[in-house]
Design a binder for this molecule. Sequence first.
Ligand SMILES: Cc1cc2nc3c(=O)[nH]c(=O)nc-3n(C[C@H](O)[C@H](O)[C@H](O)COP(=O)(O)OP(=O)(O)OC[C@H]3O[C@@H](n4cnc5c(N)ncnc54)[C@H](O)[C@@H]3O)c2cc1C
Length: 464
Amino acid sequence: MGGGVAGMAAACALAEAGMRVQLAERRSYLGGRASSFLHPGVGEVIDNCQHVLFGCCTNLKGFYRRIGVADRIRWTSEMTMIEPGGRRSPLGPSWLPAPLHSLPSFLASRAFTLGDKLALGRAFQGLMRPIPGDSTESLGAWLARKKQTKGALNRFWRLVIASALNADIDSISLPYAAKVIRELFMNSAEAGSMGMSTVPLGELYAGALEFLEHRGSSVLFNTRVESAAWDAAASGWTLPTSSGAVTSEFLVLALPFEAMAKLLPQMPPADGGGRLASQLQHHEHWPICSVHLWFDREITTLDHAVLLDREIHWMYNKGRLHPWRKVNGSYVELVVSAARSFAALTSAQAVAKAVGELAEFFPAVRSAHLEKGAMVKEIHATFGVSPGIDASRPTSGSPWPNCFLAGDWTATGWPSTMESAARSGHLAAEAVCRGIGEPRTFLEPDLKPRGLMRLVGAANAQSI
Ligand SMILES: Cc1cc2nc3c(=O)[nH]c(=O)nc-3n(C[C@H](O)[C@H](O)[C@H](O)COP(=O)(O)OP(=O)(O)OC[C@H]3O[C@@H](n4cnc5c(N)ncnc54)[C@H](O)[C@@H]3O)c2cc1C
C-alpha cells in the first residue's frame, strides 16, 4: 500500500522474486513525495521539488538499476558556494585519500575565514571518533561544545548540513548529523558525489510501473486504503478501498507516518498496536519550499550552486539539467529547506523575494525578464530526526500477521530521504520472503569507507 519510493522498492523487489504484487496508490501517479506534476499556473511539468541523491544511497541506486532507470541520473562531485555579490568558492575532491580528499578546495575556499576553517577542522576531527548511536545530544549543543564560529555555523552547519536534514540544528540528533557528514564529506569522494535526475521524477518512477506490469503485477491507481481485515482461516487480508476490495496473502503498509496514524484505528486490534500509535505521535514534519523561475535569457552557466547568507539555499539550473526541455532562456529552481517562515509567503511574495535574492548572486538576473514563476510548498516534506527519534522508528515487523511496515520514517538508520524509503522497502520485501519461507536478500551493501577512513570506519559503524 502506497506508491512512493518505499512501496515501489518493496513491490519491484517482490515482483522480481516471482510474486504477483498489487501496488495500491491513492493518487493517479507513482512517486509519492518525490513526484512531478503539470503546474496549471505556469503550464509546465515540474518536480514537486528538486530531489538529489548521493553515491552512498546504495539502495536507491539498486532500485534504479532494478527498474532500468539508473542511466537517467547525472552525477557530479563539484559544488559551488556563492556569496551575495557573486564571489564563488568551488569545492570538489582531489587525489588526497579520504577524509582529506576535499581539503585543498576547502582550504582555498574564500567563503570561509581562517577562523571558520580551524573551527570546521576541529569539528571534523571530532567526527573521526565514534559518536554513541544512542546519544540524545542535538547537533546544535555539540557544535556549541566544539566552539564553532558564526561563519562555520551559518555557511556550513546551518546551510549544508541542516538543510540536508531539513531542520534547524537544535532539532537534529547528533548521530544522524554525524552519519550525513561522514557519508557526504569524509568516507570517500564516491559516497559524496551528487546525483540528479535528467528527467522529471514522474518519468523516472514510471519505470516501476513498466517493471511491475512486465512481471504480471499491477498498480491500482486512485485506490485509497481505509481499513484492513485479517481472515485467520483463509490466512489472508481483505482491504476495502475507495475502488473496490483488494485481497492479499501478505500486506506491506508503505505509507507516510500521518497516513499510517489515520489507518491504525481501522486495523484489527493487536498487541503492539498501542506502542505503534505512541511511536507515530512522536514524529513531526518539516516543510521545504521551491521557487521555479523562467527567464528570457541565461542567467548563469552553472548547473547548480549553494547560495550563502540568504533565505534561498540551493539553485538548480533545470534548463541545463533537463537538456530535453526546449527552454528559450533559462528555467531555474530555488530550494528553501526547513522553510517554516518562507512557507508563510504567498506565491507572488515568494517569487519576488527569490528573484531579488537571486540577483545578488547572478547579476544577469537584473537585466533578464522574468517570464513566469511559481512557488511549490510542501508542508509535510520530511520527518525530523530529533534527538532520541530512533525509539519512535518501528522496524518492518508490525503488530499484525503477514503484515510489514515500510516508509522513510521506519527504522532504517537514515534521515527522511529516498534512500531511507528504498531501504525500508527492501527490508519489508525481505520480511515477506522470510514469511513464505524463501529468504532473499534485497538490502544493498553500504559503500566501504576509503583511504584513512577505512581505519576508523569499522569502529564508527558500530556506534552510529
Ligand atoms: C519538497 C521535498 C524535497 C525533498 N528533497 C529530497 C532530496 O533532495 N533527496 C531525498 O533523498 N529526499 C528528499 N525528500 C524526501 C523524499 O521525498 C521522501 O523521503 C521519500 O520520497 C519518502 O518516500 P515514502 O515512500 O516513504 O513516502 P511517500 O513518498 O510519502 O509515499 C507514500 C505513498 O502512499 C500514498 N498513500 C498515502 N495514504 C494512502 C492510503 N490510505 N492508501 C493508498 N495510498 C496512500 C501516498 O499518496 C504516497 O504516494 C524531499 C521531500 C520533499 C517533499
